[in-house]
Design a protein around this ligand. Structure first.
Ligand code: ADP
Length: 205
């Protein structure tokens, strides 16, 4: 059985972690050994990033972009938990965020082409079999974030999310010949979104 590398993308609150879980269940039922993961990672660089997003450490957006790249390389290359190793071991990997998050989130603050060039190394190491973008309106996203969480993070305001959503689409246009991207409407019950994603993922199995 072919193992896949699937990246889930979307603005904060779009339902990525919900869909990662549902997709993992379906792939497991279909006989895959599934490894689900996320960025920023739970590793050393990822924890610095979490503190920056929470606001306990301050950093310039260019510094943040560099740290995300370093965290992503560790995500791929870590000797124990790295995704290159997981793929070699035959796991189907689902990641909640990958390099399109950098294009969208950093691209809102600096030249997106630089961010893409900097992440080329990651694309050369491991390119997603599929990038699944869950599209929701920033208004819905803010509603979900405010309803479900006690505090908000760095990018979690409607204006930011609007800019980030637009940058995602800009990145998809730029890379449409290099990447396999599927866009779904996330403004529906989670089960409906999951079903559509499963139809798409099944088609590449
Ligand atoms: P993300 O990982 O993209 O930030 P989550 O999966 O954590 O998003 O979802 C954000 C919040 O919205 C959670 O409280 C989740 O239960 C809820 N949620 C997820 N998908 C949907 C959906 N399709 N409709 C309504 N609420 C949803």
């Amino acid at each position: 059985m072919k193992n896949l590398f699937i990246a889930l993308e979307g603005i904060d609150g779009s339902g990525k972690s919900t869909q990662a879980k549902l997709l993992a269940e379906k792939l497991t039922e279909a006989g895959h050994n599934v490894y689900t993961t996320f960025e920023p990672t739970g590793g050393m660089i990822g924890s610095v990033l979490r503190n920056i997003l929470k606001g306990t450490i301050k950093a310039d957006h260019r510094t943040i972009a560099g740290l995300f790249l370093a965290d992503r390389l560790d995500h791929l290359l870590n000797e124990d938990t790295g995704l290159v190793k997981k793929m070699k071991e035959g796991y189907t990997v689902i990641t909640d965020r990958y390099y399109f998050s950098s294009y969208a989130y950093h691209g809102a603050h600096m030249d997106m082409d630089w961010v893409i060039a900097a992440n080329k190394m990651c694309a050369d190491i491991l390119k997603p079999s599929l990038t699944l973008f869950i599209d929701i309106s920033p208004t819905t996203a803010m509603h979900r974030i405010n309803t479900n969480r006690a505090s908000t993070e760095l990018f979690e305001n409607r204006k930011s999310l609007e800019a980030i959503r637009e940058k995602y689409f800009e990145a998809f246009t730029k890379l449409k010949h290099d990447e396999s991207i599927f866009i779904t409407n996330g403004d529906r019950p989670a089960e409906n979104v999951a079903e559509e994603l499963w139809v798409k993922v099944s088609s590449v199995l």
